[in-house]
Structures are given as C-alpha cells and as structure tokens.
Design a protein around this ligand. Structure first.
Ligand SMILES: Nc1ncnc2c1ncn2[C@@H]1O[C@H](COP(=O)(O)OP(=O)(O)OP(=O)(O)O)[C@@H](O)[C@H]1O
Length: 372
C-alpha cells in the first residue's frame, strides 16, 4: 500500500530529532531513506512502525491514518538490523510467528514466503544452521508472511560481510518485488540506496530534503550537501556568467556548461529545498526547485569523477598522477593539478596511467553549479 508521512515532528527532551519530515512511497516501490548517522532515520521508521509516537504530523498506510494505532494494528512488517530470529524456533516457526495459529493455509503461506526469499525447503532448520545472509532472508520472509501493507527495513545488511552484502541485497530486493511489497529501507550507505531502491529520500537534520529516483538525485541534487553526500564530487569555487543567451561556469578547470535539464524519464518526484542550483531542474510541473535559474555570480561547481577526462599533457589543465586504483572494470586516478587541487577521475581500467605521469585534465558534459 502507499505510505504517506506528512510533517512528522519528534523531540526527545530538548533534542528536536524530526523537524517536519515528509515522505511518500508509492505502492509496490522500494524506497530508501538515506542520511548520515544521527539524522533521524531510525526514529522516522519507529514512528511509522508505531514504536514511537510523533509529537505532530500524520502517517497514512493506504487510506488509513495510523498515527494513533499500536504497532500490531498497523499492518507493518519489520526487518531489524540483525535478523533477530528466535533461536529456539525452527525457520518455519520463525516465519509463521505473525500468522494466527491453526489458521488455514498457514503452512502453505510459510512455504510460499520461504520460496519468495529463495529458501524453499529450509523450514526444518534451526537459525544457527544458517549463514548470516540466509538468516536475514528468513527475517524478510517473517516480515512478509502476514501480508503487511508496508515492510520496514532498518539497515538490514549492516551485520553482513561486505562481500556477502551485495548478493543478499539483490536477493532481498528480488523477494520484495516478487511479493509486490511496498517497502522502506533505512540506510546511510549511498551505494546501497542508489543500487537497490526505486526511489531515494535524502534525509538531513530531521527532514527529507529531496525525494526522487536514484538517477535524478545523482544527476540533479537539490543542493551542494546532497550533491556531495550522494556520490563523489570535486567541489571548486566557480563563477556563473551569462552572455549571448548562454550560461558559462568558470572555474580552474575552464569554462563549463551548467546543467539545466534533468534526466529524461527519471524526474524528481517531489524535489526539495532548491537553493538556486542550476542543476535541480527536471522540468516537471509542480516540482520545487525545477527551472530554478541560478543568479549570475560566485558559487560552487561540483564535478563527478566520471566527468573528468585524462588526456596528454597540454590538452586541458596540467596535473601529476598521484595514485591509480585499479578495479578491473574501471580505475580511479588521483591527479594533483598545478594549483594544488586534487581531483579523482574514473577512467577505463585499461588506460595506461601510472603515478608520476603528467596528464591534461578536461571536464566533459554539463556540470552542477550552486550559488552561494
Ligand atoms: N529514545 C531516545 N531518547 C533520546 N534520544 C534519542 C532517542 N532515540 C533517538 N535519539 C536521538 O535522536 C537522534 C537521531 O537518532 P536516530 O537513531 O533516529 O538517527 P539515525 O539517522 O537512524 O542514526 P544511525 O544511522 O546512527 O542509526 C540521535 O541524536 C539520537 O541520539
């Protein structure tokens, strides 16, 4: 079901943790709430679940206001940070925990949910006989079993090894999709949010500052804070000027074209607190921040690693290769420019750069510019 959180506020003593947080998750979507530690993500999730009551605002699941209801009357499924399975119960009994005893179809539903998470036939095992990733998938099956309106996942991959995390992520996403679940995933890991979610809500200091598809948030962040939090960026002082109907952003890497458009077909759903970025436009009607024109003057340019092109010395701004990190499919090359500015470029893995090489650095494509 659709989840609509509107203007939710919450303080603990004198600490204002949620300052009017609003979030909309479309039915069947997996939305990631992405934000730094302490910004209020878990508190928001606990309010949706009913473990905390908000000081103000509304939480709707489908058409129903749930803010006054106890957790077990809300129709939410919860996947905690660590699977937290009951150690003395079999996998099947863990999955069936939220289903009424003796109800018809109980056994079939347990089997169905184990199948959804790729663990058909594991019902008789005990939790300690499963790997960490399998335990987390059982936790997802347990959350899905009572057919909740919304599934809430609180940093569910934190306890897993990095190598395991990617495959468990894929399996959990696939299970949620197979179940047609509406889900909210809380994470501070931008790669996890961008790669897993249909929609990303960026949270900062108790508010959702931007909601949109992963591609639109990366391409058109609403402000410099989001630009640097969601993805890597080299940030440099710059000046925006307009002449002959064409805007130019000038910085130490040359005269560049400011980004004006969004990503075709990947617009921001709600936009955010547009602060005069040229980049926050996706042209959709009713999108705050869309078609905002930054005023000419001083500001900041944010350059993505894949926008840098390394050429021969003399072509572009000269720099010295300091470090090459080879990842197989690509490489990250750290270059110090003559000014002392350090940039990190993503290049194809087979390009022959070595520490100590002199290169020319150029920037490709439109750039993000923020006033102020
Ligand atoms: N029950 C509580 N009593 C007092 N302060 C609390 C309580 N719960 C949370 N806080 C405070 O609220 C702030 C936000 O906490 P919350 O756990 O929601 O953040 P978070 O974004 O989920 O962080 P993390 O990623 O580190 O879990 C923190 O400063 C925390 O100390």
């Amino acid at each position: 079901m659709k989840l609509t959180v509107t203007d939710v506020r919450k303080s603990f003593g004198a600490t204002e943790v949620l300052r009017g947080a609003s979030l909309t998750v479309r039915e069947g979507d997996l939305a990631a709430v992405l934000g730094p530690s302490g910004c209020g993500k878990t508190t928001l999730l606990r309010i949706v679940a009913g473990f905390e009551s908000p000081d103000g605002g509304s939480v709707r699941i489908g058409d129903r206001e749930v803010a006054g209801l106890p957790p077990d009357k809300r129709g939410v499924g919860i996947v905690p940070q660590e699977a937290a399975l009951f150690p003395h119960l079999s996998v099947a009994r863990n999955v069936g925990f939220g289903l009424p005893r003796g109800s018809s179809g109980r056994t079939a539903r347990i089997e169905e949910c184990l199948e959804l998470v790729g663990l058909a036939g594991y019902g008789d095992r005990m939790p300690h006989q499963l790997s960490g990733g399998q335990q987390q998938r059982v936790a997802v099956a347990r959350a899905l079993a009572p057919r909740p309106g919304v599934v809430l996942l609180d940093e569910p991959f934190n306890a897993l090894d990095r190598s395991l995390r990617v495959s468990v992520r894929d399996e959990v996403r696939a299970a949620l999709k197979r179940a047609g679940a509406t889900a909210v995933l809380v994470t501070h890991d931008q790669e996890e949010a961008l790669s897993m979610a249909d929609a990303v809500a960026v949270m900062r200091e108790g508010r959702i500052v931007q909601e949109g598809t992963p591609a639109s948030i990366y391409a058109a962040p609403c402000d410099l804070g989001v630009a640097t939090f969601v993805g890597e960026a080299v940030v440099l002082p710059a000046v925006l000027s307009a002449s002959h109907g064409r805007d130019t952003v000038s910085c130490e890497l040359g005269d560049l074209l400011p980004r004006r458009d969004g990503v075709p077909g990947a617009g921001n759903r709600t936009g955010g607190a547009g602060n005069g970025t040229v980049g926050a436009a996706d042209g959709r009607p009713g999108t705050p921040g869309a078609d905002v024109t930054a005023t000419a003057g001083a500001g900041t340019v944010a350059l993505r690693p894949e926008q840098f092109v390394l050429r021969a010395p003399g072509e572009g701004v000269e720099g010295l290769v300091e470090r090459v990190e080879f990842f197989g499919h690509d490489a990250a090359v750290t270059v110090m420019l003559e000014s002392g500015t350090v940039i990190r470029a993503r290049t194809r893995g087979d390009l022959p750069h070595r520490p100590g090489d002199r290169v020319g650095v150029a920037v490709e494509g439109p750039v993000l510019f923020f006033t102020g």
